[in-house]
Design a protein around this ligand. Structure first.
Ligand code: AN7
Length: 366
């Protein structure tokens, strides 16, 4: 590789792009897979659905190196872990954190341990941890049990926790807010996103505030978070032990960043709301078929949430009187191919036809 190629590779990734806002020093060896700089997609069909001249954009985090937003925080967390002498990282996960941690640990040349709720990890995500070579431990419990165990194991000299209780993770994830404000030349008016452990809503709000404080944007968005109805501790204001949702990524009953999420919602005059599994799956299909964006079920919670704000008198935040020409950003957090089982179940068995132009014409209906 010549030095120009090496340099252009190093210049990709969120740390290179937003170094001044991140907790890294000139001496930090950056562990990156070229995360961030994800598309902010203008969505005409979603905009029409909101009406009143509003514009809706989807921030497609599914195109990050391991297929989810977690990579933004992981580049910072693993780079810092390495700098502090860690020889391994550990995390609890509903799937995406473990996929990301496994990849970045490998990239750093250190090992990775992931603690997962048995039977509750989407196929593609479990496969990622396996292929990247993590040590995988499945427990008879949910994500909250896994995180409790990780916290009890604790940090030792050479084992670093890379869940979002690690502030480096939140710091890295703030860069999504920076990218949005840079691209729109200001913060949006509304920001909608799914909420599980509540690290991401915390990170976005911190990012928007920091950018505004530095004069890089002039306003702050209203933050609206969506939980799955069967896993909605923040909405119901109590720890949920019996969790039930098709959106396995956000199957979390006792979020680590609960207080910070509440603060983000209160300070931005936003809201937390719930969407049903049925609404989530309908939104997932709608987004794929109307806008060409295939996201995992948990990610479709932000789109289901947008529909609820538009249509339902029972929404925690109504768009019925939304100011005209508002700009709305929905984050979709993970790629659809990670968690395909429900949609595979809905796909009809394909029947083949003879390999002739005539038969194919008939099959198409020409
Ligand atoms: C696709 O991977 O918690 O509210 O362990 O994978 O910041 O937790 C994943 C969470 C939304 C929720 N969408 O974000 C994990 C994990 C997707 C996710 C969330 C997750 P947070």
């Amino acid at each position: 590789m010549d030095s120009t190629t090496a340099k252009s590779q190093r210049s990709r990734g969120v740390i290179e792009r937003y170094r001044e806002f991140l907790p890294v020093s000139p001496a930090t060896r950056i562990v990156s897979l070229g995360e961030g700089n994800t598309p902010l997609i203008h969505c005409p069909q979603l905009s029409k659905r909101v009406g009143r001249g509003c514009e809706v954009f989807v921030k497609n985090e599914g195109v990050n190196p391991t297929g989810s937003f977690k990579d933004r925080g992981m580049t910072v967390a693993v780079s810092e872990a390495l700098e502090h002498g860690a020889s391994a990282v550990i995390c609890a996960s509903t799937g995406n954190t473990s996929a990301s941690a496994s990849a970045y640990a490998t990239r750093a040349g250190i090992s990775c341990v992931v603690i997962l709720p048995a039977g509750k990890i989407a196929t593609g995500k479990l496969l990622q941890a396996f292929v990247y070579g993590a040590k995988i431990v499945a427990i008879d419990g949910n994500f909250d049990d896994a995180l409790r165990i990780v916290c009890q194991l604790g940090e030792t000299g050479d084992l670093a926790i890379v869940n979002s209780i690690n502030s480096d993770r939140i710091a890295g994830q703030k860069t999504a807010a920076f990218e949005i404000a840079d691209e729109l030349r200001d913060a949006p008016d509304f920001h909608l996103l799914p909420v599980g452990n509540a690290g991401n809503i915390t990170a976005y709000w911190a990012g928007y505030r920091e950018y505004c404080a530095h004069g890089r944007s002039t306003k702050l968005p209203v933050m609206i978070g969506f939980q799955a109805a069967g896993a909605a501790p923040i909405f119901y204001n109590r720890i949920i032990e019996k969790l039930e949702t098709v959106a396995s990524a956000i199957r979390i009953g006792n979020p680590a960043s609960w207080k910070q999420a509440r603060a983000a919602i209160a300070e931005s005059r936003g809201a937390i709301d719930v969407v049903s599994d049925e609404e989530i799956l309908a939104a997932q299909t709608w987004l794929a078929r109307q806008e060409g964006i295939f996201v995992e079920p948990a990610s479709a919670a932000s789109i289901a949430g947008l529909f609820k704000c538009c249509d339902s008198g029972e929404a925690a935040y109504s768009f019925q009187k939304i100011p005209e020409e508002s700009r709305i950003v929905c984050t979709v957090t993970g790629h659809g191919l990670k968690d395909p089982d429900v949609m595979i179940g809905r796909m009809k068995e394909l029947e083949s036809v003879p390999a002739t132009v005539g038969d194919v014409r008939r099959a198409i209906g020409l």
